[in-house]
Design a binder for this molecule. Structure first.
Ligand code: FMN
Length: 191
């Protein structure tokens, strides 16, 4: 549900701009909110989706990077012994991350993108969500997959981090157009 005390309203004096500079057109990012598009991607699909969201929002891109990168072997999924599968079978695992978001507190809106792994978000997403203070921020999940929807993973994140302000996320497929993404962003009312 939308936050009624939205502090990014375009009518506050310090963010008010002249009508001409505040004019928003469909593809020109014009935003009073500071937006971060954080994503984890091993084979490029989620990175590609993140780039489309950054284009639509004018947000900053950030790659969530595990301290120990996932090899092709780590990602084999029809094998219970591989790293990714073992991690997904244990909800308490938190793989370490490399690097940090610069000046995280400046952001009002955080997109969090991931590949679906066993119908869930990879555990590095939990590590990321537990590494920063998300209070007062809007958080929007997005994912790519081989066919699974975002529903179960997003519900799991919402219930695990129930104190965060989650907005409706979506799956971004290879064929999801820039226009569809722009329409989704508009529907979120985050600018
Ligand atoms: C360990 C593992 C588990 C996966 N589990 C699922 C799944 O449950 N459902 C699904 O549709 N795709 C699944 N996939 C496919 C990925 O979600 C899909 O290839 C995704 O787009 C990869 O994103 P990336 O290129 O950003 O890493 C799985 C992939 C891996 C490596």
């Amino acid at each position: 549900s939308e936050n009624s005390s939205d502090n990014n309203t375009k009518t506050t004096p310090e963010t008010q701009q002249s009508a001409s500079t505040n004019e928003n057109t469909d593809n020109a990012p014009s935003s009073n909110s500071k937006i971060l598009v954080a994503y984890f991607s091993c084979t490029g699909n989620t990175e590609n989706a993140a780039q489309k969201i950054a284009t639509a929002t004018g947000g900053d891109l950030y790659a969530i990077t595990p301290a120990e990168p996932y090899t092709a072997d780590d990602l084999r999924y029809n094998d219970d012994t591989t790293r990714a599968t073992k991690e997904q079978h244990d909800t308490s695992i938190r793989p370490a991350l490399a690097g940090t978001v610069d000046n995280f507190q400046q952001y009002d809106v955080i997109f969090v993108g991931y590949p679906i792994w066993w119908d869930q978000a990879p555990r590095v997403i939990n590590t990321f969500l537990e590494s920063y203070d998300f209070s007062g921020k809007k958080v929007i999940p997005f994912c790519t997959s081989g066919g699974s929807t975002i529903t179960n993973s997003a519900n799991q994140l919402k219930s695990t981090y129930s104190n965060m302000n989650w907005l409706d996320g979506r799956l971004i497929g290879r064929s999801t157009s820039q226009d569809e993404i722009a329409a989704w962003i508009d529907s979120l009312n985050i600018k």
